[in-house]
Design a protein. Structure first.
Length: 192
């Protein structure tokens, strides 16, 4: 009986993996299809290469997360962090978070993501350290936004509302990821 349950779980996991990678492939092809119907989408070969690398990286890292821990909170925390980093990168490359994509201040957001990557490496992808890394990433994103929005000639600092809202959503996502990792850490320590 136990063997049948294990086989069913494994088949379910394989189906989810197939669905996940199929969605990634569809997302890779979607701009190519859109280019056939509108001139508003005009991707180059390098755009497709970058997009494919981004999708493959997220998919591969999530596969790693699934193998690292069976805890749903760990997997969810990892997934939220990956999705958030993906969206920060995509938004920043496509249109820029502050101003246009050509605004050099947008590089600060990549540095903020680097804080999370380094933090995850230092934590060796363990839940307690991952929680700290995600909270640090949220703080780094807030700092990047504040620095990017500061203008030497402005008397009063008032951020653009759309940019502030977008950054706020990213901050919320990284904080949520940190809380999920904290929950995973608490579950792991109570199980020990």
């Amino acid at each position: 009986m136990a063997l049948n349950g294990q086989i069913a779980r494994e088949e379910g996991r394989n189906l989810l993996r197939l669905i996940g990678w199929s969605v990634a492939a569809a997302l890779l092809v979607l701009p190519l299809i859109a280019m056939q119907f509108t001139r508003d989408v005009n991707w180059t070969t390098s755009d497709f290469i970058v997009w494919g690398i981004m999708l493959a990286t997220v998919g591969g890292l999530f596969e790693l997360a699934v193998r690292l821990s069976p805890l749903p909170s760990y997997r969810a925390g990892f997934g939220v962090a990956l999705l958030s980093a993906f969206l920060v990168t995509w938004t920043n490359l496509a249109v820029g978070i502050v101003g246009s994509e050509d605004n050099p201040a947008n590089q600060l957001f990549f540095l903020a993501l680097l804080v999370g990557i380094v933090g995850a490496g230092v934590a060796r992808l363990r839940s307690p350290g991952m929680a700290h890394a995600m909270f640090a990433t949220a703080i780094a994103l807030a700092a990047a936004f504040i620095i990017a929005e500061m203008r030497p000639t402005d008397e009063i600092w008032v951020p653009a509302s759309r940019e502030a809202l977008g950054t706020g959503i990213f901050l919320f996502a990284f904080v949520a990821s940190g809380l999920l990792f904290r929950r995973a850490a608490a579950h792991s320590s109570s199980s020990s």
